[in-house]
Design a protein around this ligand. Sequence first.
Ligand code: CO8
Length: 262
Amino acid sequence: SPPAYYKNVIVSKPDPAVALITLNRPNALNALNAAHFDDISSALREADEDPTIGAMVITGSDKAFAAGADIKEMKDKTFAEAYMSNFLANWEVIAKLRKPVIAAVSGYALGGGLELALQADILLAAPSAKLGQPEINLGVIPGGGGTQRLARLIGKSRTMEMVLTGRIIDAEEAERWGLVNKVVREESGVVDAAIKLAREVASKSRVAVVAGKEAVNAAFELSLSEGLRFERRLFHSLFATEDQKEGMTAFVEKRKPKWTHS
Ligand code: CO8
């Protein structure tokens, strides 16, 4: 059962090493207001710092992953209010987490909802998923990374179409465009598939997983030569871990490795 201090998210442990964070503001299709967002970021940060957790899954409801930032809350905001309260300051929380996050997207992932999902490391979609950046219809543009992350992920032309028309794409199109890893069509559903994937990631050496995530993310920030050097240095540094010794010894001894995450 969720800790009493989270009003808008449900935190559970479907596996001893996996935290499942479920957005839970059903009356507003999980629209992200400040309180909701504080809960999401605290729950994620708590899981990231929990040494028993190896990976996180973030999901919404069948109808909506999240229908965007809360328009009712934003509508009358002035620049000074937004600026002085540092509106959505912890927005980049997922991107800053060190352990992997898998987003399981059913229903609407719109605006800030899609931008939240885009911060995850792996995206899985249900056939019901509907993804879009409809901000243009509100007289604004994406503000949570949509223009940048989509352009890197699906290219300029498709991103322009999404951002400039607000067209909502379905799961199939998202899969074809490489916006999601895959559409989960199995009866057991997208959340189950995400938990399975998270469990697999959590079963590896945590030190190596964190290094792998850090290295892949460097590809979005660094030049190729800097990125390659960063990767090689991280690779070198893993020879200082017990898990490297264990992993390679276990291979040679034809047995399964026993990670100590050290
Ligand atoms: N904000 C506030 N309330 C919302 C939102 C939202 N984004 N989306 C839905 N709701 C509310 C509705 O107002 C409604 O509440 P009520 O019953 O009190 O009127 C309830 O949720 C159910 O919604 P609908 O009745 O509209 O449900 P439908 O099934 O008819 O339609 C849609 C579903 C198509 C998803 C429709 O709700 C919709 O278009 N929602 C808005 C989508 C949108 O424009 N999202 C983008 C928002 S802007 C944004 O996200 C900017 C992000 C910037 C991030 C910045 C970070 C720094």
